[in-house]
Design a protein around this ligand. Sequence first.
Ligand SMILES: Cc1cc2nc3c(=O)[nH]c(=O)nc-3n(C[C@H](O)[C@H](O)[C@H](O)COP(=O)(O)OP(=O)(O)OC[C@H]3O[C@@H](n4cnc5c(N)ncnc54)[C@H](O)[C@@H]3O)c2cc1C
Length: 272
Amino acid sequence: MAYDVIVIGGGPAGLSAAVNVRARGRSVLVVSNPMEESPLWKAELVDNYLGLPGLSGAELLERFRAHAEQAGAEVRVGRVLNALAMGDDWFVSIGSDVESAKAIVLAGGVTRAKKFPGEAEFLGKGVSYCATCDGMLYRGRSVAVVGYSDSAKKEAEFLSSIGCTVRYFDRPKKCEIQGGDKAERVICDGQEAEADCVFLLRPAIAPTDMFPGIAVENGYVQVDRNMATNLPGVFAAGDCTGLPLQIANAVGDGLIAGQSAAKYVAVLAKKQ
Ligand SMILES: Cc1cc2nc3c(=O)[nH]c(=O)nc-3n(C[C@H](O)[C@H](O)[C@H](O)COP(=O)(O)OP(=O)(O)OC[C@H]3O[C@@H](n4cnc5c(N)ncnc54)[C@H](O)[C@@H]3O)c2cc1C
């Protein structure tokens, strides 16, 4: 199905964007990793969000999600790998599925992990970010999964189910991928595994990997006052755009990004 807007990330920024896209009568899909794995879910007490003191991060997120769903947003669990523009449409890869939209709101929070040595060099040559997309290419072979979430374990189970011999590394601190023309092995926290493919399954993917060419400064996506990035139809909101990394700021950014995305879609519709 084609949506007006796809929001990447179901935190405060993304859900606020979704509510405001719906307020302008546009369709919106929010794609996010499981909410229980988000950083805010772990906050025991959030005491500085106006009007709702004394709630835990999980309670607050549940309320935000319920509000977005009541407003008519579709909220789907999934991990966005990348997005590609074709004409006026954006095609977004969600695991092995693809959805399209006229505008995107990127609200994936901060990407804390730095790339491992060998990761960029072997990407597409024995390094993958998606087991369900690329697993079949390595059917019956030895692979390694470097996982940072419970959903990563499910992707490792999928690889086992298609006959791969899987070595699982659970949230290692340091890894290095080595090989020749292709990746051949990975060493994580001093433990080595031979692998024809190393699946790096982090919850967040760097904006520059999702959107080649997106402008970033000091690790944050660059936006203007309308939360527009340098890519046509792509807006960004919340922690991924910079300080202060706070809920109220993310919600405000989400409002502007959602409104801007809806306006962008309306202008496109008039042209057609
Ligand atoms: C322990 C803790 C306590 C905190 N306490 C407070 C507090 O008391 N007050 C306060 O104001 N702030 C607090 N914060 C900060 C606050 O949580 C953040 O500022 C806020 O959540 C940012 O919202 P966001 O929507 O930009 O990003 P996030 O809340 O990080 O949401 C982004 C979501 O997008 C998902 N995502 C990322 N990439 C992808 C992808 N490629 N595909 C699918 N999904 C993706 C992430 O998994 C995540 O679920 C706290 C943070 C932590 C970690």
